[in-house]
Design a binder for this molecule. Structure first.
Ligand code: NDP
Length: 272
């Protein structure tokens, strides 16, 4: 019988994870089945336990269950701990391991696929939700010159900056207090899902900046349009991050890391 994995969320119909992991399994000759589970909003833990009881080996976790997945785990890896959220679970005997690959997926997409190094750069992270939290340790590991976190709820950005405690290299602030221009600007808010834009000025984008939108498949979002109008040439959405975080989870579960390029190209939507 094939090993069983799944993505769990609510709603889940839109998820590209079954397609991505199915392609990874074929490409790496892994005998596994990957499905999608829509759990009731008040029934996440029960759905996870039922999946485990039926022999399930691991889950990708998406909105709105990343915090609950973290709580449910018996063993929480460091990135998940800082994020306070898990986007992948692995089941071994009576243990539930939790990790968070969103941040490492984002870093891999920026550095490997887009060929933009984080080292020595001024980085601006918009948002202080789960995705921004998950990005922090992987970003800091690459030693940017500065990392500014700006958020609508200012205290959350400040708290996050304090939590990583990396001294003067990291600041948390509100949008109106963003100072100067940045080489890499990442929109880790969910504003674009509603066609909205965090209130940032066009001069946050340095010459030759990379503007990266976590939301994917929506074309030119208000954030990317602002960047483009400010003269930014390097625009990206989160499709590469999506595929890269999936590859990390796949490697964690199966011990083999799939190639990502073909799949990213296949799923990419034009940003013009
Ligand atoms: P959360 O709900 O945890 O956080 C949402 C963040 O967006 C908060 O910082 C919130 O600010 C901010 N926000 C929401 N609306 C607005 C607005 N109108 N103006 C300014 N700020 C706003 O979400 P996640 O962190 O989990 O996800 C963020 C986005 O990243 C989502 O759109 C998600 O689709 C995307 N994502 C993409 C992934 C990928 O693989 N490409 C992976 C994970 C997430 P406040 O704190 O003030 O409420």
């Amino acid at each position: 019988m094939s090993d069983h994995y799944a993505v769990i969320g609510s709603p889940i119909g839109h998820s590209k994870s079954p397609l991505i992991h199915g392609a990874f399994a074929t490409a790496t000759n892994q005998d596994l089945e990957y499905t999608a589970i829509e759990a009731p909003l008040d029934g996440f833990a029960a759905a996870v336990h039922a999946f485990r009881a039926n022999g399930g080996r691991g889950l990708n976790v998406t909105a709105p269950f990343k915090l609950q997945a973290f709580e449910l785990a018996t063993d929480k890896l460091e990135r998940a701990q800082l994020a306070g959220a898990a986007n992948a679970l692995k089941f071994e005997r009576d243990r539930i391991f939790a990790d968070n690959f969103d941040g490492v997926g984002l870093v891999n997409d920026i550095q490997r696929n887009l060929s933009v190094a984080l080292k020595g750069k001024r980085v601006l992270l918009l948002g202080a939700g789960g995705a921004a939290r998950g990005a922090l340790l992987p970003f800091l590991a690459e030693r940017p010159a500065e990392l500014a976190i700006a958020n609508r709820t200012v205290e959350k950005a400040q708290e996050l900056a304090r939590a990583v405690g990396a001294g003067s290299r990291i600041v948390g602030c509100g949008y109106r207090d963003i100072a100067g221009s940045f080489d890499i600007i990442v929109n880790a808010t969910s504003a674009s899902l509603k066609g909205e834009l965090p209130p940032i000025a066009p001069d946050v984008f340095a010459t030759d900046a990379l503007a990266y939108e976590l939301v994917y498949g929506k074309g030119l979002t208000p954030f990317l349009r602002l960047a483009q109008n400010a003269g930014v040439k390097r625009l990206a959405d989160g499709v590469g991050m999506l595929v890269e975080q999936a590859a990390e989870a796949f490697a964690w579960w199966r011990g083999v890391r799939p190639q990502t390029r073909t799949l990213i190209d296949k799923l990419t939507v034009s940003l013009t």
